[in-house]
Every structure is written in structure tokens, then in C-alpha cells.
Design a protein around this ligand. Structure first.
Ligand SMILES: C[S@@+](CC[C@H](N)C(=O)[O-])C[C@H]1O[C@@H](n2cnc3c(N)ncnc32)[C@H](O)[C@@H]1O
Length: 206
């Protein structure tokens, strides 16, 4: 990765997602058992895990981002709880049905092969496990969707691969998730083009 992605983008990401602090807290309050967080970034979620999260495994393909996440984990109580690995969500280096909880927080927007990632999550999640989701997605409103599609090429470049036009709910449904626990809402403090959120808990459909 280059200087922008390694040095400037990580603090920009933390700054830009500050309006989501409460949403992150609410999401991670539900994490329990053996947890996998996808694309951990700078580790912005790490301090929010409660005691019910026994082990927290994190993957991140960017080496510089991963180093930041590790440095952050090292400042927290019980740093040994965090086990971080350089990997992408498309090929998770874990056994089948390993995790009670998988966390997808602002990551499906960026994963290049989201189909492979969804398949991998379904593989590593226990049958009664939960996928905690906080994602910005393509809007259902025509006007906002047009803006998202027109901004997307530039945004993708500026935000290191993040896309504004992903329909993560339909994707998860295609890969066998029950998405009835995922709700859409418009975040009042984010710009409209990035403020349509999909949030909640998905499970493997029985
Ligand atoms: C918008 S950032 C969000 C970071 C973090 N999840 C958060 O909530 O702040 C997207 C993250 O996805 C990571 N990423 C990119 N490609 C990925 C992949 N193939 N698998 C997993 N994560 C990926 C990026 O490196 C980046 O850290």
C-alpha cells in the first residue's frame, strides 16, 4: 500500500466514523464467545467488547493498518484476548464453525470479492452463531442512489476501495443468512450518500 493508505487514511477513517460511536457500542454489546472481526482497520471497535467476548480474533489485509490495530489492542486491558492476523475475508484462515460471533462493521463496502467473503463467514460461523452487522449501503431512495453511483468512482479512490453502492442485505441473504434482524436507517449525522445504514444481527437460516 502507499503513503496515503498507510499514513493519512487511517486517522481520516477514525475521524469520519466518529458519528458512529454509539452504533459501534450497541453493535459490540452483543458480541459473545469466540469472536471474529473482519477488516479491523485501526481497531476502533476493540475497546467496546464486553466480557462476554472471550477471545477476539481479527483479520485485516493491510499490514500498516494491522500494526495500528495491534498497537491499539496492546493498550487495552487483557491484550492477550486479541489475536490479529493479516488476511482478507475472502479466505479466512480458520476452521469451519469456529466462531460464535462474526463482526462485519464498515467492511462489506470495501472487500473486493464480497461473494467469497459471505461464503467464508457462513463457513466459519457456528450453526447457532450470529453475524453482527453495521454497514453503509446503497440507498433505496432513487435520488440518493443516483448521487451514490455518480460519486462512487471518486469515493472509491479516496476511501481506499470503499464503495457507496453495495447491497449487503441481499448479498447475505443469497449466502444463506436470515436477515430479518437487520434494519435500515438513515444516520442523522452522516452525509446522505454514506449515511444509509444496515444494522443488526443476521443468523444462518435453518
Ligand atoms: C472502511 S474501513 C473500516 C475499518 C473498521 N472495520 C472500522 O469499523 O473502523 C474498511 C476496512 O476493510 C479492510 N479491508 C479491505 N479489504 C479487505 C478484505 N478483503 N477483507 C477484509 N477486510 C478488508 C480495509 O483494510 C479497512 O481496514
Amino acid at each position: 500500500m502507499g503513503w496515503y493508505a498507510d499514513t493519512l487514511f487511517p486517522p481520516l477513517l477514525d475521524w469520519a466514523t466518529r458519528p458512529l460511536e454509539r452504533d459501534r457500542d450497541a453493535l459490540l454489546a452483543g458480541a459473545q464467545g469466540i469472536v471474529l472481526e473482519l477488516g479491523v482497520g485501526t481497531g476502533a471497535n476493540f475497546g467496546r467488547y464486553g466480557e462476554n467476548a472471550r477471545e477476539i480474533h481479527g483479520i485485516e489485509p493491510g499490514a500498516a493498518m494491522l500494526a495500528r490495530a495491534q498497537a491499539h489492542a496492546d493498550t487495552l486491558p487483557h491484550p492477550a484476548r486479541f489475536q490479529l492476523t493479516e488476511a482478507g475475508a475472502e479466505a479466512l484462515p480458520y476452521a469451519d464453525q469456529r466462531f460464535d460471533t462474526v463482526v462485519a462493521c464498515l467492511v462489506f463496502c470495501t472487500i473486493p470479492d464480497r461473494d467469497a467473503a459471505a461464503r467464508e463467514i457462513a463457513r466459519v460461523l457456528k450453526p447457532d452463531g450470529q453475524l453482527l452487522v453495521l454497514e453503509h449501503v446503497e440507498s433505496e431512495r432513487t435520488g440518493t442512489r443516483l448521487i451514490q453511483h455518480s460519486l462512487n468512482p471518486m469515493w472509491r479512490h479516496l476511501a481506499c476501495g470503499c464503495q457507496l453502492t453495495r447491497d449487503t442485505g441481499s448479498l447475505l441473504q443469497r449466502y444463506g443468512f436470515d436477515v430479518s434482524g437487520l434494519k435500515r436507517r438513515r444516520h442523522p449525522k452522516l452525509p446522505g450518500f454514506a449515511g444509509e445504514l444496515l444494522q443488526g444481527v443476521a443468523t444462518l437460516a435453518r
